[in-house]
Structures are given as C-alpha cells and as structure tokens.
Design a protein around this ligand. Structure first.
Ligand code: TXA
Ligand code: MG
Length: 342
C-alpha cells in the first residue's frame, strides 16, 4: 500500500476522511503526538490499527471527538458525571483524556473488552477538522510501531508506518510533544493514570482530591494489575540502552566525561554541552519542562540514527509539574532504573 502524504488543506482533509469512512487508517496530527486514526465505531477498522502498530490486543485506544457534544451525539458513555464536565470546561480542547463508563455504541475492539472508554478532545485544528469531516469519532493510539517513542512529526509516522497505512496528514511539529494526561473518573477519588501537559497540580485545583496511580512513578510489581493496560509495557525506548542519572550538574558532567567513548551519547541540557566530551542530544534549557517535553521523543528517535551509539546517559528531571510526565516516559525508556550519583 502506498501511504499518501497529505496537508491540512480542506481538499486533503476530505481525502483523509474518505479513507477513514472506508475503514482505512490515517496518521493524524494532534497537539500532543501524532495519532493513528480509524473510525471508532467500525470494529474491523479499529482491529487494523492494532495490526499496523503491532500493538498488544489488551491495550485499549483513546476515542477522539471534535466537540464535547459528540459524547452524547454518538452515545459514547453511559454516564457523564459533573466532575467530567468540570474537566471538559477547564481543559478541552486540549491534552487531557478522561476514562468514563463505556457506552453501548463503542465496539469492544476500542476498549479491549474493558467496561470503560478513554475520550479526548484535541486542540489541534487539523485533528478536529479531520474528525468533523469523517463525521465519526476517531480511535487513535500514538502512530508509532508498538514500543518505540511516539511520533512528533509526520516524518516519524512515515519512518514507522509507511506502506502500512492509507495516509498521513502533515500538521507540523507537535507542540506538547508528550501524550495526553490520562485521568480515570471511574474511581473515587479520580486517579491520574498517565501524567502529561495537564499536571496533577492543575487537576487537583479543579477536582480537589485526585489520586496518583502507583504505576506513574514506579514499576508495577508482577502481581499488581495495571489500572491502565498501557502502563505495563516497556515503552519509548531507542535501541541503545538508556541510563537515567539523578545528579547535580557537576556530577553528571564528571560522569559523562569519565565514561566518554564513541558508543556513548548524553541526553542533556543546552548548558551541559560546552562541558561534555561526548556526543550530545539537547533537551533545551534546564528547568524548562515544556521545552524538554517537546524535544524528548525526537531526541530518543535521533539516538538510533547515530552510528555506533549503544549507551545513552540521560539527565533525570524532577517530578513536579510537567516534569512528572517527562520522568514517567524516561523511566520507561530506562527499564525503570534510576541511578543516583553521589
Ligand atoms: O496524546 C495522546 O493521548 C495520543 C494522541 C494521539 O491523542 N494518544 C495516545 O494513545 O497516546 P496511546 O494508545 O498511545 O495511549 C493510550 C493510553 C494507553 O496507556 C491505554 O492503556 C490507556 O490510554 N487507556 C485507553 N483506554 C483506557 C481505559 N478504558 N482504561 C484505562 N486506560 C485506558
Ligand atoms: Mg502509545
């Protein structure tokens, strides 16, 4: 199959929408990461998303809508509680996904058999135009091959999925760069399952009490059940081995310079670069978590394009604000190990 590269022009959005209406798959830009979209109400189209990505069948997808009213229009949920309405009013359109009791209209393929469904209203104009033109909610996981870093450019989508999907719409570099925040409203209190640009602090300001799933900052033990199936998989990992180093500027730089070799790269801040004798990938200005989030996945992908790199030493962010989302992705890339340099 030839994968069309489309723009966000009206004509191209119509082309992409017709692919979706025929049960095909389209790479869709969003403000977080690119998604791999299918008609959420067509079970066989949704199944082909799992095949194209090599995604485990027990990992459910997010349903994307173009306005809050779509929830009722397409009977997506059994219940739309007051707490969800508050979150929608504060954070939609935007990088927040809510887990709600599943409506009967949603095929089991979307939710991997769960009784709940994940819903998100993205702010990217290209995404919303596509959902409107397709006239159906779109089920979309991140548009990467399962296990690799999520795509933040149309080229990343082609690198992983060219030949396997009908089209990708180039909507530019993703502004946020990390996947949406996922919160479940099916628990009391609501629980943060995946941190993102909408922070735990912001959710608490709106809802009061919000619990933090233990899987956000740590590895689940083998006997614990994942509250969100996606959290149990190794993820976001380049082929090179990633080590996450918790250290002061000085300790980090000393460590890199002591261990420098052709096979070693540093995932670091701009201010580290003049002090390091190793290949460096910059995550921007230290302390600017928005910039770090935006750059992280492209940097993880770039590592695999540099010949001979087998080891990556990465700086460990804090867990406040958007730092929690970056930390959550990096511990998965690093196989859940953090090394503290004393
Ligand atoms: O920003 C995003 O959320 C992107 C863009 C494309 O919207 N999408 C995305 O999808 O990241 P994906 O499939 O890579 O991640 C969805 C996460 C997974 O961890 C999945 O397990 C969880 O949401 N999830 C989906 N439905 C769920 C449910 N009913 N209950 C618990 N977790 C659910
Ligand atoms: Mg994903």
């Amino acid at each position: 199959m030839e994968t069309l590269l489309l723009t966000t022009s009206e004509e191209d959005i119509e082309k992409a929408a017709s692919i979706l209406k025929c049960g095909g798959l389209v790479g869709m830009p969003t403000e977080t990461v690119y998604g791999l979209a299918a008609d959420a109400l067509n079970g066989s189209a949704v199944s082909s998303v799992f095949k194209a990505k090599g995604r485990p069948a027990d990992n459910p997808l997010i349903v994307h809508i173009s306005e809050t009213a779509d929830i009722e229009r397409f009977s997506l949920v059994r219940e739309f509680p007051e707490s969800a309405k508050k979150l929608a009013a504060n954070f939609w359109p935007g990088p927040l996904t809510m887990i709600l009791p599943k409506g009967d209209n949603i095929p089991d393929e979307v939710t991997a058999g769960l009784d709940s469904v994940a819903i998100r209203l993205p702010s990217h104009e290209g995404a919303r135009a596509l959902i409107k033109a397709a006239d159906t909610p779109l089920a979309a996981p991140s548009a990467n091959l399962s296990g690799s870093p999520s795509p933040t450019t149309a080229q990343h989508v082609l690198d992983d999925l060219a030949g396997r999907i009908g089209a990708v719409i180039d909507g530019g570099d993703c502004e946020v760069g990390l996947e949406s925040t996922v919160i479940t409203l099916c628990s009391t209190p609501p629980t943060l399952l995946r941190p993102g640009k909408v922070t735990l602090e912001e959710l608490r300001e709106v809802l009061g009490e919000v619990a933090l799933s233990s899987a956000v900052l740590e590895k689940l033990s083998d006997t614990e059940e994942a509250p969100s199936p996606g959290m149990k998989y190794r993820h976001y990992a380049p082929k090179a081995k990633v080590y996450l180093l918790k250290a002061s500027d000085e300790k980090f730089r000393d460590f890199i310079n002591t261990n420098a070799a052709d096979s070693v790269a540093a995932l670091c801040y701009e201010s580290d670069i003049p002090h390091l004798n190793a290949k460096c990938l910059s995550l921007g200005e230290k302390g600017n978590y928005d910039e770090e989030a935006q750059k992280l996945f492209a940097a993880l992908r770039e590592i695999d394009t540099i010949p001979d790199i087998t080891t990556v030493y990465a700086r460990c962010p804090g867990t406040e604000g958007v730092g929690m989302a970056i930390y959550n992705r990096l511990i998965r890339a690093a196989g859940f190990e953090v090394t503290e340099l004393e």
